[in-house]
Ligand binder design. Structure first.
Ligand SMILES: C[S@@+](CC[C@H](N)C(=O)[O-])C[C@H]1O[C@@H](n2cnc3c(N)ncnc32)[C@H](O)[C@@H]1O
Length: 195
């Protein structure tokens, strides 16, 4: 079952504190007013207004046309593309790039393709925000149930996410808990610049 954009936004707002998420991303990625931040897999642009209200140029990219149409209507000051990110290399600066809740929906191959593309784009501050697969054992039962309900087929351990990086790269990991979510959230931050 695919939730429509309105229902998707309502559910996400129940679970995610977007004020806190924005502050964390700003601190860890180091962007500020006047900078451009590209959000790959932006969906309905749930986090767009935080960037726009803070004077940051926000560019959302998603392959789902319905979500991009919804995001454009809701955030006329944002810039949105329904396009494969690799086709936008001549148009955009990827200096600050974000993926919020996307990598755990992508196979290793698809995720690596995107990260390798970004490494060719002078992407010096990349952040992904993802759920962490809980360890084995009955005490993590709720966490495993959450992973099933999330429908992300690729919820990984920290080591699993490490394996997606281009060779020679590593990321800083910030682990935190969301009150209603029975698994850890990870912010994975890397300088993907190739040189
Ligand atoms: C779970 S949603 C997250 C949406 C949004 N970032 C959020 O947190 O609400 C994952 C999104 O990634 C998009 N997506 C998946 N693969 C993509 C790709 N290769 N390029 C751009 N968007 C992609 C999907 O269309 C979907 O909207």
């Amino acid at each position: 079952m695919d939730l429509g954009p309105k229902m998707y936004n309502a559910v996400q707002r129940l679970v995610v504190d977007f004020d806190d998420t924005y502050s964390l991303l700003k601190k860890e990625m180091g962007f500020g007013p006047g900078d451009t931040v590209v959000d790959i897999g932006c969906g309905t642009g749930l986090i767009a207004e935080h960037f726009i209200n803070d004077g940051v140029r926000y560019v959302g990219i998603d392959t789902a046309a319905e979500r991009i149409a919804f995001a454009k209507e809701l955030h006329p000051q944002g810039e949105f593309y329904c396009e494969d990110v690799r086709r936008l290399s001549n148009k955009l600066s990827f200096r600050y790039t974000l993926m919020h809740g996307v990598l755990h929906h992508l196979s290793d191959g698809n995720a690596r393709d995107i990260l390798e593309f970004l490494a060719t784009q002078d992407c010096r501050s990349f952040a992904a925000l993802e759920p962490e697969r809980p360890g084995p054992g009955w005490q993590h039962l709720l966490g495993h149930l959450y992973c099933v309900l999330d429908r992300g087929d690729f919820i990984r351990s920290k080591q699993g996410y490490d394996g997606l990086l281009p060779s020679g790269k590593s990321w800083r990991v910030v682990r935190f808990k969301r009150p209603l979510v029975p698994v850890n959230s990870l912010v994975l931050v890397a300088d993907l610049n190739a040189t």
